[in-house]
Design a protein around this ligand. Structure first.
Ligand code: NAD
Ligand code: WQD
Length: 337
């Protein structure tokens, strides 16, 4: 059975291609390589021993989508393609609305033309906005606080409207918490362009000597040690969550928001310490002022995924650090030679 993976050359997409192929699906990828390289898919093929059919196109290009749906018997779609940097979305909001919304609209229109109504969408815990209560449950109020988050929220709302209008659809809105880690092979992983915005790639690049020290954004939060707490989830657990969501979509109808997190919070300094232990490399740091918009704590209630999909994350922080480090150490410049 063939599944189309948009944005499949990216960080989460490439890991998901592996788990989908391992589960027996044929994987077709569309990616414009805006934030990735074809090399990731070559490495996916080396890991699984199976071919990934690749289309280098933009998801906003409906003719390209039509060609893919004509040439392949696609049964379901996993939609990762999108821009994801919060700070950039504040500076370039129209680029984010254009890419994330128009690609999703084009995809839905072409899926409808071809009668394919099973979709797994990459949403984010960011749609909960500034929450007052933890852990976060799917029924809690939403309200994004930056353009990136609003693209995710608008798309969720749009997909809910789609299901109200046509109950033949199966749509999983997967709200990821903080994905880190890499495939055990150490051959695929996160490869951010320029200086990383996110904590784990920053720590790894300090460890490998590309950056001088970690800047800890604030140590006066109401948390265990004053630094921000997040729900880090191993990208392979996340990828397996997508296989489960596809299985759900193939056998059910509905439109469901589902948290993909572990339910556990880890602070910045706890993650840094776990990384030092896993890598046996020093990660010097300084305390800097808070980064605007960062909440004290964010972590999931992960029960709905267990009930609906039969999925729970199983990999702990130590394994996440070991796997992130193996990828970084073996590929100090990411996919670049
Ligand atoms: P990524 O940038 O590594 O992957 C996204 C992929 O989509 C890239 O390969 C990029 O080239 C491609 N792409 C972007 N716009 C496209 C377009 N218009 N047409 C075709 N391809 C396009 O990011 P990721 O971390 O793998 O994230 C995947 C998805 O998950 C994104 O939608 C992101 O918003 C969402 N998400 C990520 C995180 C995270 O922390 N990584 C958390 C929550 C949600
Ligand atoms: C984690 C913690 C920082 C970098 C972001 C997006 C969110 C989602 C995941 C897509 C915070 C601290 C960070 C650094 C630090 N993406 N930090 N020094 O902010 O939880 O979530 O990525 O949907 O939408 O907002 O992740 O990794 O940036 O930060 O001290 O150099 O690490 O303050 O407490 P965040 P992060």
């Amino acid at each position: 059975m063939s599944v189309l993976v948009t944005g499949g050359a990216g960080y989460i997409g490439s890991h998901t291609c592996i788990e989908m192929q391992n589960a027996g699906y044929d994987v077709i990828v569309i990616d414009n390589l805006d934030n990735s390289s074809k090399e990731s898919l070559k490495r996916v093929e080396a890991i699984t021993g199976k071919a990934v059919k690749f289309y280098e196109n933009d998801v906003r290009d409906k003719d390209a989508l039509r060609k893919i749906f004509t040439e392949n018997k696609i049964e379901a779609v996993i939609h990762f393609a999108g821009l994801k940097a919060v700070g950039e979305s504040v500076r370039e909001p129209m680029m984010y609305y254009n890419n994330n919304l128009i690609s999703t609209i084009a995809l839905i229109e072409v899926m409808t033309e071809f009668g394919v109504k099973k979709l797994v969408f990459s949403s984010s815990a960011t749609v909960y906005g500034v929450a007052t209560e933890m852990p976060l449950k799917e029924g809690m109020p939403t309200g994004a606080i930056n353009p990136y988050g609003r693209t995710k929220l608008f798309i969720e709302e749009m997909l809910r409207d789609l299901y109200v209008a046509d109950s033949e659809w199966s749509i999983a809105l997967l709200r990821y918490f903080n994905p880190i880690g890499a495939h055990k092979s150490g051959t695929i992983g996160e490869d951010p362009k320029g200086i990383p915005n996110n904590l784990m790639p920053y720590i790894s690049q300090v460890a490998v000597g590309k950056l001088e020290k970690l800047h800890v954004f604030g140590n006066d939060y109401k948390t265990v040690d004053g630094t921000g707490v997040r729900d880090y989830i191993h990208v392979v657990d996340l990828a397996i969550g997508h296989v489960k969501a596809i299985e759900w979509a193939l056998g059910n109808k509905g439109c469901e928001a589902i948290n993909l997190g572990t339910g556990n919070g880890t602070s910045v300094l706890q993650l840094r310490d776990a990384f030092v232990k896993a890598s046996d490399v020093q990660v010097p740091y300084i305390i800097d002022p808070r980064r605007p918009g960062d909440p004290d704590e964010v972590y999931a209630n992960a029960d709905k995924a267990a009930q609906l999909l039969g999925w729970r994350a199983t990999r702990g922080i130590e394994e996440m650090c070991e796997d992130s480090w193996r990828w970084q150490k073996n590929n100090p410049n990411g996919y670049e030679k």
